[in-house]
Design a protein around this ligand. Structure first.
Ligand code: FAD
Length: 274
């Protein structure tokens, strides 16, 4: 069985916390290798990531990997977070640049994710297994695909152990990216990030922002379903399950699901995969 992992965001209200607990209880039955918790931009004091890591351990006995970003943060803040995560028993970090929150002008002490990886290695040696982000359809701010690959390599050279991709709906983009990565002499596992489709207008919005292409044939069918939520969910699960099947058959070393704290859309895909 291909290893799977689930990504959650840190809940801020009691209602969101109980939603997360319900989703985690259902998804845990799928025996994830680990789960991860995103880091809201804006610095450690505004983030609910540490308390969510603690909650997942205490309430669900799940090894959780915090995401950590450098955008807008100081070296001292990052050092404090690393200390806290070690104390909480974390062994894996998803290490990112992040994006500058609106209204914030200072990018922080470290500019790019490769600098953050280097900082973490200098501070904590080999304690953490470090995952970084990869972009089969190119990061939207990159000058071109070659520059993006060169920047990706810098993160690996700085000490990343693995990568999780931005989500995509085109398996060829992933396979081509992995070929390019191997051609550049990079041998770390590249795990596809999978975004199940439950709410199509939300996915369209996300995709515009992060540069993930929704294939025309998927888009046209989704638009034709209009407000028929049941059909959108069934078709979305079918499309994403087929994508996962192709990725597994093509040698993907794992699947990382962006759950958006909901169990059902991810479970619908996993059921079709079995
Ligand atoms: P980088 O690897 O630093 O790359 C950013 C851009 O800069 C790219 O265009 C790259 O080509 C370019 N670049 C890199 N190095 C250089 C250089 N030396 N000179 C010039 N250009 C350079 N965001 C959050 O805020 N919180 C999260 O928890 C979070 N989780 C994520 C999880 C995954 C799996 C993924 C794929 C993304 C996640 N993001 C998260 C989004 C991420 O922070 C954004 O995509 C961000 O814009 C880039 O982060 P990065 O780590 O890929 O940056």
């Amino acid at each position: 069985m291909t290893p799977i992992s689930f990504e959650f965001y840190p809940p801020k209200t009691d209602e969101q916390r109980s939603q997360l607990d319900k989703s985690v209880a259902r998804l845990k039955r799928e025996s994830p290798e680990y789960v991860s918790v995103t880091f809201g931009a804006g610095g450690s004091t505004l983030s609910h990531t540490p308390e969510t890591i603690q909650r997942l351990k205490r309430e669900h006995d799940l090894p959780a990997a915090p995401h950590i970003t450098c955008m807008g943060g100081s070296r001292e803040e990052i050092r404090g977070l690393l200390k806290l995560y070690r104390a909480l028993g974390a062994k894996r970090l998803v290490t990112l640049r992040g994006d500058l929150p609106s209204g914030m002008v200072s990018p922080g002490d470290l500019r790019y994710a490769n600098e953050l990886v280097e900082f973490i290695r200098n501070e904590t040696g080999d304690h953490f297994h470090i995952e970084v982000a990869a972009y089969p359809e190119m990061h939207p701010q990159a000058r071109d695909a070659h520059a993006d690959l060169a920047h990706f390599k810098r993160k690996v050279d700085a000490g990343a152990n693995g990568a999780i991709t931005q989500y995509f709906y085109n398996a060829d983009a992933y396979f081509r990216f992995v070929d390019d990565v191997r051609g550049a002499g990079i041998d770390i596992p590249i795990v596809p990030g999978i975004m199940p489709i439950a709410n199509f207008s939300q996915i369209r919005r996300f995709s515009d922002l992060c540069g993930a292409e929704i294939p025309r044939w998927v888009m046209q069918r989704m638009l034709a379903y209009a407000d028929d939520v049941q059909s959108i969910r069934a078709f979305g699960a079918e499309v994403v399950a087929q994508l996962c099947r192709r990725l597994i058959d093509g040698g993907a070393p794992g699947l990382h699901f962006y759950t958006l704290n909901l169990a059902k859309p991810t479970l619908n895909v996993l059921e079709r995969l079995r």
